[in-house]
Design a protein around this ligand. Sequence first.
Ligand code: SF4
Length: 324
Amino acid sequence: MAYAEDSLKPIVIEFKEYVRTYGLEEVRETEEYILELISFGILWKSYAHTALSVRYAPFITLTCMAEWRKKHQSLKPYIDIARGIFTTLYLLPQNQDSKELPIPTLEQIDHVCKWFEATGEFREEALRFVRWRAFWGTKQPEDLAKIFTTIREFRRWFEASSVEELGMYTENVNNFLQKSNHRYRWREDRISCTRTRAEYHLNMVGAELMNRAFRAEFKETQSKVVLLPGCMRGHTNEDCKAKRVEEGLLCEMGKKWSPQKSQTSRGVIASACVTTLVEGGWELKRYDVPAQCVLLNYSGCKKHWHCAGISTELDIRELKRILN
Ligand code: SF4
């Protein structure tokens, strides 16, 4: 945040004014907007050349499929097979230019946002980038060039300093990508499980920025719900005392929770893999649920990460810190 003070923050201040003037949304915290700009910089570098190599793709169908799999749990396995094939065929072409792209144009941003939505992995980011795109559309070309240069410089600084500060937690990511990339071909989780090291760092920093941005609202909620992923369950189905309810497994000690729009007095603490947590936090925010997050120490479910599956864990001190 200190480094962003003279670079990203002035852009955010202007954007907040724009959002306020046109009533695009309720103005959010500065941390959230800064996270959006860092995300734009990192994701643009990771995916823009791929997205821009795709001329024709069933973008709308793929975007709908990502929605259907959430709404219709019973159809999810079938939809996922189709999504895996479509994603590999249409969204991840083999021949692509891997050179860093020059400053983006607005038309390129439109195209990349469509691609982000179609992947189903970056829906929340795409929704936010579209608002930024509207703001950038009001700028003169020289001001736009300055904005994108600032984002690119910040991204370069972030990549280098995040390796120094967080690199000890992600030392094996590149090794994992090299060894496992081929395993994910044709699979719907291909993008989600092959994130770059910089994206891991982005999500780690993003989790902290989100916690700060949503903290005040979260503290005001009357009750708190802890949502944990199934991969943390050490017991087998037979031994586990959790009850199966509509929303998933309900821990014996837990209370039933459902994300109704009206239930704003209920806060959520969620835990998940580093690659998915920030997306989830933004989604909850869209439902007006103030959330806090605790990263899993590592990923391990059989479905996405590990051939035999290993039970995962979180840092209980961090969970207590957030609850207190
Ligand atoms: S390892 Fe990650 S993707 Fe798999 S169930 Fe746990 S949180 Fe979800």
